[in-house]
Design a protein around this ligand. Structure first.
Ligand SMILES: [Zn+2]
Ligand SMILES: [Zn+2]
Length: 370
């Protein structure tokens, strides 16, 4: 990106700026880094994007499209941005020009029963930044009115880098999943996380450092499994395609034969559900965190569910309060986000970043403003 493309004049003022550099998604396997209209044209507050991480969702949309995505649109919803003007958000909080924020990507209708209850991720008529609305694979991202009303801009603590801050959004989603599964008895029963990707390892940190549970990770990528060990997993088990029973037996051994109290499915693979059912104990909770291939169905024995009082639950996105909590946990070192970022790219390299994400190289790939 050339200096003249940044859109900032010498005093840093961006008023009057009409276009920007952006990676525009045009449909499956088609993304173009080009000039695009900037959010300033719509007269809305905007953030200058400092970092935007590549999520598995971005990979799926890029490869296959998605029923809710109408191209052309700019993807990217894990965003750390810098305010280009003072923005007054809910609760009399002023985000000052130049300060860094994490952006809550759900844009709720504010009219449905879920919105009235503050459950914006359950809104019946929601929009999403980086999916149905232009997102963070660009120089600037607009801040919708609803985002301001619900406190969807969260100040980034000083100690966090831009790229770490881009991961506050997925961390907030993991927190949402964890709270769906709680409250946890003390001492917490063993937890099992199926999936060794970024989301699996964020869950690992939360189960270890927040819940205080012995935690096993079931994975299949050596480098990620190694990382799980270094992050304090009490057991790391490998699974292939046909050895479900072998892994299930090993996981049950880990739980002292009684089965896990919590099982998180953090990989979009149908086989993960079968494994979860085999390793979940009585009074346990299974959280389906990962999105699955379209029209995926699962089956299990209804009496197993009944007699063992197992709960199977979903988890999707989060709410602004979780994003605030994510910022606090990262600031206090309860979660170390720096370990999750492994690859860095410029906006022009967005396809390379997507490729890195889909080939399970490292953990999170991040698009940085250099
Ligand atoms: Zn994401
Ligand atoms: Zn709503």
């Amino acid at each position: 990106m050339q200096a003249s493309d940044t859109g900032s004049s010498s005093n840093g003022d961006i008023v009057g700026k009409e276009d920007m550099q952006a990676a525009v998604f045009y449909g499956p396997n088609s993304i173009s880094v080009e000039r695009a209209p900037s959010p300033f044209l719509q007269g809305r507050p905007a953030l200058e994007v400092k970092s935007c991480a590549v999520c598995g969702y971005d990979v799926r949309v890029f490869r296959n499209g998605h029923r809710k995505v109408s191209p052309p649109v700019i993807l990217g919803h894990e965003i750390c941005g810098q305010a280009t003007e003072n923005i007054d958000v809910r609760g009399g909080v002023r985000i000052r020009k130049g300060s860094r924020v994490a952006l809550y990507p759900i844009v709720p209708c504010l009219a449905c029963q879920y919105c009235h209850a503050g459950q914006y991720n359950m809104c019946t008529d929601l929009q999403e930044i980086g999916s149905t609305l232009d997102g963070g694979f660009a120089q600037y991202v607009g801040v919708p009115e609803q985002t301001i009303k619900i406190g969807g801009l969260v100040q980034v603590p000083d100690g966090l880098s831009d790229e770490e801050a881009s991961l506050l959004e997925p961390l907030a989603c993991c927190l949402n999943g964890i709270y769906q599964m709680g409250p946890f008895a003390a001492p917490a029963r063993p937890a099992v996380i199926i999936g060794d990707g970024p989301v699996g390892l964020l869950h690992l940190q939360l189960f270890k450092n927040l819940v205080g549970a012995r935690t096993a990770v079931v994975g299949r990528v050596q480098s990620r499994m190694h990382k799980a060990r270094s992050m304090g997993a009490d057991a790391v088990l490998e699974y292939g395609d046909d050895d479900d029973d072998v892994v299930a037996a090993a996981v049950l051994d880990f739980t002292g034969k009684t089965g896990a109290g919590s099982v998180v499915i953090a990989v979009g693979s149908p086989a993960a559900f079968d494994l979860a059912v085999k390793v979940a104990g009585k009074n346990s909770k299974i959280s389906l965190f990962a999105g699955m291939p379209g029209a995926q169905r699962f089956s299990f024995d209804a009496n197993w569910l009944h007699y063992n009082q197992v709960s199977v639950m979903g988890a999707f996105s989060s709410v602004p309060g979780r994003l605030e909590e994510a910022a606090r946990l990262a600031k206090e070192g309860i979660v170390d986000l720096s370990q999750i970022v492994t690859h860095r790219y410029s906006l022009a390299e967005v396809e390379k970043a997507i490729h890195t994400a889909e080939t399970y190289s490292g953990l999170r790939a991040v698009i940085n403003k250099f």
